[in-house]
Ligand binder design. Structure first.
Ligand code: NCD
Ligand code: ZN
Length: 341
């Protein structure tokens, strides 16, 4: 018999961009409605590099999500000059649960990012010691490397040596997009995991050009060939505790996406669970959905599982063209599952 509904322990989102100011007010409720906790990325302008900035940002998020039972988990933006003592202090004070590597120039607001991985070796040494999670935007930035190859090259040149140098550091390869990433993480030791977005489960690179240029399918790392989408799907639904939910919801104003130099990022928060559960359903893997959405992440981060539950029902849902003035993932399309508030 086909399952008509699925109830799982309350899930978390292990990778979100909530922005700041008016945009934060607009987007935070969408994440807080579906998820109990979220790892909040620090790529604001200016980036979140001090404990005080992170703690003030957390307060602004709590206020934007007031009315929801929602806990933002904060991250530190790693720069060439990051002070290991500041990292350790923020971690000890319970402000930072992780720190994020943006290779300089790799993506949105990464200009203050790391120019050479060796510059943060002292920080990584300290994080390994104190058990602080290292979140990785895994792409090289060399302009001579094809943009579709930058994740695979990062794994060879940066990540593989890094895992030898810091064998006990907990690392999350964020938003994986390739067969190489899925295979690397699956065969790595237990301290290495990955997040997976809905768009990398649904789209291959043809989506960028379907009937014309499609800015709302553009994110970084960019969507890849079908072969890679299938490998990432297989990893997500496999039941392996190394793979967990991280939407990488990354809202930008419509004009900023529909531009001659459009921003990278997909706003997938409003229908995130519906989008993911559809993939698990299509793969005949609904039994593994709760692990991916609600269990593997907290276990990796060493945090308690959430109490409470959420339900999704098999029902057609029409995604509107815009949500709060922003174009959401699956805009104007139909999904087969409905999130029950
Ligand atoms: C993110 C953003 O807009 O902040 N964009 C994206 O395409 N994913 C940055 C990031 O996670 O790379
Ligand atoms: Zn991101």
């Amino acid at each position: 018999m086909t399952l008509q509904s699925i109830t799982i322990r309350r899930p978390d989102d292990w990778h979100v961009h909530l922005r700041d100011g008016e945009m934060l007010e607009r987007v935070a409720p969408h994440t807080a409605r579906q998820f109990a906790r979220a790892i909040v990325m620090p790529n604001l302008v200016p980036p979140v590099t001090s404990v005080e900035a992170a703690s003030a940002y957390r307060d602004r998020i709590l206020s934007a999500a007031s009315g929801y039972d929602f806990t933002p988990l904060m991250t530190c933006y790693l720069t060439d000059s990051i002070d290991p003592d500041e990292l350790a202090r923020g971690h000890a004070e319970g402000v930072w649960v992780a720190a994020k590597l943006y290779p300089a120039g790799a993506t949105t607001n990464s200009a203050s990012g790391v120019t050479d991985i060796r510059n943060i070796y002292p920080a990584l040494e300290r994080m390994q010691e104190i058990g602080m999670v290292f979140c990785i935007h895994g792409e090289v930035t060399d302009t001579d490397i094809d943009v579709f190859d930058r994740e695979a090259v990062f794994i060879d040149r940066i990540l593989t040596p890094l895992t030898r140098e810091f064998p006990a550091l907990k690392m999350v390869l964020e938003h994986i997009t390739t067969r190489q990433a899925a295979e690397f993480v699956a065969s790595a030791p237990d301290n290495i995991a990955a997040t997976i977005t809905p768009q990398h489960l649904h789209l291959n690179r043809n989506a960028l050009f379907q009937g014309g240029l499609r800015p709302h399918a553009y994110c970084l790392p960019v969507v890849k060939r079908e072969e890679h989408r299938l490998a990432v799907r297989k990893a997500a639904v496999s039941g392996s505790p190394k793979f967990f939910l991280g939407t990488d919801t990354a809202p930008h104003a419509r004009e900023a996406k529909e531009s001659d130099c459009g921003c990278a990022g997909i706003f997938n928060a409003p229908y995130a669970l519906e989008s993911y559960v559809q993939v698990f359903d299509e793969e005949g893997a609904l039994d593994n959905f709760e692990g991916f959405a609600s269990e593997h992440g907290p276990r990796f981060y060493g945090l308690p599982l959430n109490d409470g539950a959420v339900t999704l029902e098999r029902a057609e849902v029409q995604v509107p063209e815009t949500v709060d003035g922003l174009v959401p993932f699956h805009s104007s399309q139909q999904l087969n599952w409905k999130f029950v508030d």
